[in-house]
Design a protein around this ligand. Structure first.
Ligand code: AQP
Length: 331
């Protein structure tokens, strides 16, 4: 079976962006592949976190993964910090990753602009740790949103570099990016990615949010100031409407032509609440199931413990191979 690894940082509540860009695909792929899905808590501290919130969000995110349809019997769900091989291989790969290539990462540039008072070394070397996450499991595919494509590319470069020096060690992974929902934009500024740490709470819709809040945000979503006021897919000229159409399409399975026909002559006033309702219905069962799962802490604990054991076993095999190749004395 081919292998998949992906993860989300518990640095904020899960968003519609992370659901459509990543989790929705994970669920589809989990029958066909051997899947490892992590809670990327090591990555999340590259930005300062409140400890109690981080712990709570990590547990909520595990419950949400399961509620989204990831069966823990079929998928390995684990917390990154529970598997020491990630930090260990991350260090080794730091030494095979160049300052210049890290400097070109757009996420580093964006995040250091947003967190000017905390541009730490972890934020800079983030892609080397992410490469370790992926390469430890010899993953074939990495299902991510468009924004993470550059990080999968640098991972391939690092792996090729290491393989070039020491011989075949790592499998070279491919990014797997969905066609619809690859880049969900903010509802208030459709030029920016919808992001869980966005300062503007109205730009972002959360998976576990109350239906009335979701509706309010969609009703207020920015549409375009063109004069035609019609629902038509045009990313360049009508980015706000195009974003809502992409969300509606991903939530309902309707094509863009079907959506244009459905709202022909109806304007944005009918369209925006319809998108809101589709998202509310998409998330309703997930929210209810997450709440149910969160009430049973011992079940969640059994899931992440079993996940860490399996992930630990597989990742250690790769780590031992790497340590041997670089010349460390075996324990
Ligand atoms: N807006 C988005 N559209 C499509 N995909 C998205 N993803 C995130 N936002 C969108 C995908 O979801 C996964 C989660 O990524 P992450 O938590 O590791 O970090 P991120 O990409 O940095 O997500 P955020 O929401 O922007 O978090 P913060 O604000 O903490 O940085 C990835 O697969 C990502 O592609």
């Amino acid at each position: 079976k081919k292998v998949i690894l992906s993860g989300i940082q518990p640095s904020g509540e899960l968003t519609l962006g992370s659901y459509l860009g990543a989790i929705k695909n994970w669920v589809k792929l989990s029958d066909e592949y051997e899947c490892y899905y992590m809670l990327a808590d090591l990555h999340s501290i590259t930005v300062r976190q409140n400890p109690a919130d981080l712990r709570r969000r990590t547990l909520t995110q595990i419950a949400a993964y399961i509620a989204c349809g990831l069966d823990p019997e079929k998928n390995t769900i684990f917390i990154q910090s529970h598997v020491p091989a990630h930090a260990e291989l991350g260090w080794v790969l730091d030494c095979y990753t160049m300052f210049g290539e890290l400097s070109r990462m757009t996420q580093f540039k964006d995040k250091s602009a947003k967190n000017a008072d905390n541009i730490n070394a972890g934020l800079f070397t983030y892609p080397a740790l992410m490469a370790a996450d992926i390469l430890l499991y010899q993953a074939d595919l990495v299902p991510v949103g468009e924004d993470q494509k550059q990080h999968v590319e640098i991972c391939r470069d690092i792996a090729n570099r290491f393989n070039g020096v020491y011989g075949e060690t790592f499998r070279i992974p491919e990014p797997f990016i969905p066609k619809v929902g690859a880049r969900v934009m903010s509802l208030t500024s459709p030029g920016n990615k919808m992001s869980k740490s966005d300062k503007d709470p109205n730009g972002c819709v959360y998976v576990l949010e109350k239906p009335e809040d979701i509706m309010r945000k969609f009703k207020k979503a920015v549409t375009d100031s063109d004069t035609e006021r019609c629902v038509r897919y045009d990313r360049a000229e009508k980015p706000g409407v195009a974003n809502l159409m992409a969300i509606y399409s991903a939530a309902t399975g309707k094509t863009y032509e079907e959506i244009e026909r459905e709202f022909d002559g109806k304007g944005y006033g009918a369209f925006k609440p319809a998108v809101g309702e589709a998202v509310v219905e998409l998330f309703r069962p997930i929210r209810e199931e997450t709440e149910r799962l969160l009430a049973d802490k011992s079940y969640l604990e059994s899931v992440y413990r079993a996940g860490a054991e399996k992930a630990g076993y597989v990742s250690n095999k790769t780590l031992r191979k790497v340590y041997k190749k670089v010349g460390f004395v075996a324990r």
